[in-house]
Design a protein. Sequence first.
Length: 413
Amino acid sequence: MSRLATPDLYRVIAGALIVLGLALGGTALATVHHRSALTQDITGVSGPLSVHAQDLYRSLSDADATAATAFLTSGAEPADLRQRYLDDLARASAALTVASRDADDTDAARVAVLTAQLPVYTGLVETARSYNRLGVPLGGAYLREASALMRGNLLPRAEELFVSAQARLGGAQRDAAGFAWPVVLFGLLLLAGLLAAQVIVARRTNRVFNVGLVAGSLVALIVLAWSSVALGVTAGRVDVGRTQGSALVDVLASARRAALQARADESLTLVARGGGAAFEKDYGVVVQQLTGLLDRAAGEAPATDRAVIVAAGQHAQRWHELHGQLRALDDKGDYPAAVARATATGPADSAAVFADLDAALTSALDTANQRVDRQAGTGVSALTGLEIALLLLTAGLVAAVVLGFRPRIGEYR
């Protein structure tokens, strides 16, 4: 087989370099566009959806615990507890509205169950309140039925929504934090091809430099460096949001769920008036979970977050001590004194200490959620303007290759 004539060889090399240049530009452009879409999904959809799912679970669980605590008071419950219960229901309804807007088919089915069953739950609670105001013992049975519906149906669906939202968020974060191998591969291949082309042209023309190919090499280097750095910064920021944000949210949200469940168990044990052994047993299990989760969160959290998590652990320990005092009164038959302890509103009483625990957990969750959003937002800013620049640089690269070979090919006419 005869060797290619020099003009034909130049055409083949130029064509190969143009293909590689378009491959680099197209791959970089597609990668940047995809990463930008992922980070925007984190800040605009999956991140907020996770937050609303957290709010939904907290609002439902807190409503259940508040209804149980309010029931312990004879006659009409305190106005502040009634308002807290109503506020919880309003927040739950708002969170359901957001979840239904962004839900897939599976999540939509969960939202439908919650939307249908929440009025049933509130109806049972209102019936329990009515009987309680009349002093009829049947109210306790209705409240336990309402709580069973909440724990057995509503809260599991709300937890599934949170798990689904976290999975969507985690998937977007992992994809956005991946290394851009195709961009680097095409970039290195193109630089190697441009270097080889310059060596071939130099040997055949006795010219040390080909201005067009040198310019093309600089453009290719800019495309590779800018794309790699911008995508690397984005990946790093999103990964920080994952490891120090959403991963910590998983632990803290589980801790808050355990705390709210323990609070409801405490009140329902008293509501059952001697028949609440199952609730007290569940309390012991979830308090142990709460302690373990808070210890884990303190160990995994950034140093800036650790103080509030440690404070939450201290509030949890103090609340558990007060629970022990309450149970001691009830176990020895002093039910009125136990109820008085459970419903007392002083700054050192159980309700206030639990409020401090809930506030500390909420603060830690807010910080972690904000870190997810902030790091993703920083990642998006690193890609700003890169898509337009890639289009222009790719066009410049192709033009540089053409200008580098066209005069050399013309010399053989």
